[in-house]
Design a protein around this ligand. Structure first.
Ligand code: DC
Length: 218
């Protein structure tokens, strides 16, 4: 069994940024489970499916093969042998992932892949249900959050920096809607595990959060 660090929390809390830095510092493999849901979302979008058509989504899971590989320590996600990493982070894919990830069959499809990665090596894995469901015996569990306002400001700055024009209010609305979907779904809703350490990064710098998590690790 590898050493397992689970980081859960809402969208935009900085989980991946923080987890990558902790992974580098501690020599863990960083596993981004959101990217796996996004890869399945790409599959559903390619088939032109609506997220409301649950039966079609479940059926489509049968011919989706999601795989993970690491190139120079960076996670690469494969969908049916095609590297889809570069197209995972669009709003369209994110919305499809958010709407289809509540479906139990979609979650079941990725469960064993996530558990097997953690069995074989030391990992820091981020997602929504890692500490509560995927790795209930993780050595360290963190629930990383930040206010909607902070997360919207960060996202706004990120997009503006890339030269993408955007509306702050729209972003904040989108983040709140995604929180509601992730927290209120029936299957594996986003919530803090009873034994997870809560870190609210609203008024913290990235190095401060990294340091706090490293202090929790062996
Ligand atoms: O973390 P992210 O934005 O890349 O995740 C995309 C979507 O996948 C998000 O709306 C919630 C879902 N997700 C999930 O249900 N469980 C996980 N372990 C990771 C992500």
């Amino acid at each position: 069994m590898g050493y397992n660090v689970a980081i859960d929390g809402p969208a935009g809390a900085g989980k991946s940024t923080i987890a990558k830095l902790v992974a580098k510092e501690k020599g863990y493999i960083y596993v981004d489970t959101g990217a796996m849901y996004r890869a399945l979302a790409v599959h559903f979008l390619k088939k032109g499916l609506s997220p409301e058509d649950t039966d079609a989504i479940i059926e489509a899971c049968a011919d989706a093969q999601v795989g993970i590989a690491y190139e120079k320590g960076v996670q690469q996600v494969y969908l049916n042998q095609e590297n889809v990493t570069s197209i995972l982070r669009t709003e369209e894919v994110g919305n499809m992932a958010s709407r289809t990830s509540p479906i139990p069959e979609v979650r079941e499809k990725l469960l064993e892949l996530q558990r097997s990665l953690a069995r074989e090596q030391d990992v820091i894995m981020d997602g929504r249900d890692i500490g509560t469901h995927i790795l209930p015996h993780a050595d360290v569990k963190v629930y990383l959050t930040a206010s909607v306002e902070t997360r919207a400001k960060r996202r706004y700055a990120e997009l503006t920096e890339k030269g993408i024009s955007c509306d702050y209010e729209e972003i904040a609305k989108d983040i709140a809607a995604r929180d509601a979907r992730d927290m209120n779904r029936e299957t594996a809703p986003l919530c803090q595990a009873a034994d997870a350490v809560l870190i609210d990064s609203s008024d913290m710098t990235i190095p401060q959060v990294v340091e706090e998590i490293i202090r929790l690790c062996r």
